[in-house]
Design a protein around this ligand. Sequence first.
Ligand SMILES: Cc1ncc(COP(=O)(O)O)c(C=O)c1O
Length: 381
Amino acid sequence: MKLFDVYPINPINIVKGVGSLVYDDKGTEYLDLYGGHAVISIGHTNPHYVKRLEDQLHQIGFYSNSIEIPLQKQLAEKLGHVSGKEDYQLFLCNSGAEANENALKLASFYNGKKMVIAFRKSFHGRTSLAVAATDNPKIVAPVNETDNVIFLPWCDEAALEQAFNKYEISSVIIEGIQGVGGIQVASVSFLQKIRSLCDQYNSVFIADSVQCGYGRTGKFYSQDFAGVDADIYSMAKGMGNGFPIGAISIAPKIKPAYFMLGTTFGGNHLACAAALAVLEVMEQDKLMQNAATVGGYLIEELKKFPQVKEVRGRGLMIGIELPEELAHAKKDLLFKHHIFTGEAKPNVIRLLPALNLSMAHADRFLEAFNSVLKASEVVAH
Ligand SMILES: Cc1ncc(COP(=O)(O)O)c(C=O)c1O
């Protein structure tokens, strides 16, 4: 059997990782500013994380949701505390798409309505409704197509009001900062507008925090910058530092009923141990603060490069928009300077490192970035 070939891959075999550094099978060191796609939140092989998972594995790795799993309650309590949403309710699942799928479904159960508002360039995952709310026709199969989703221009308050006037809106799903869409930050006033329209029409505000959440921006959810609460927050990626786990955090006004949601693997013992370890390290090492400080520094320094068209983002979720002639920068960073970064089409470098990235590693990146830009000037002349 061979692999189903769905990803163009770099010819690099990473076999080890420590903090923000990873090593290939030849022993070459790489600086990881990609975090395995925003997943590595507390650094590779964090000792507390490794020990908590190892200890749990020796106790029990999995049993079903038909029994008491006190670790789930501990996780709910801790997450409520760290995210500042103590009165919310937690439903655990396994991935970001699943979290959004459950959020959209729960919203519809809640208000009995069908229409979903999503935004241009959004990405919400690959399951049926999540992908239908994703603005990329290439990944939407005919079976996923639905008239229940309307795509609106990003941060267009008038279009939003019109849609609420015209349709029975069940929910609005929005990334506080679009990730795949190229690190586009939702304006504070737009998020506030969503809040007030959802209140007015009994619609559900879903904050997709899969990429922009979990402390990455310096606040737990990037939508927090607007000073309003969403009704449902979806999360995954950084939540387990690599262990697959996703969740939705649900406002108290949405009441559960038996079997309206369910999962086999969601909230298993090992996943909860991983998620608890992540939150413990985040709290102990003040990682949200670090994300704000080191991220703020990177953003300011990156803005000083005249070749850069725009720097967008908050904390350690950063997009560097480059002109066409610097489209090779990401490859140069990887193959000449051994630095992993992410990208968004057409020419945005995405930085999504672990939240404990050090200033020294930030400087190492800035120096490498500088020499990539310098080298291309030399070639151009
Ligand atoms: C904003 C956002 N939502 C949802 C998802 C889907 O998450 P997953 O790949 O875990 O299903 C992603 C993944 O990149 C994402 O960036």
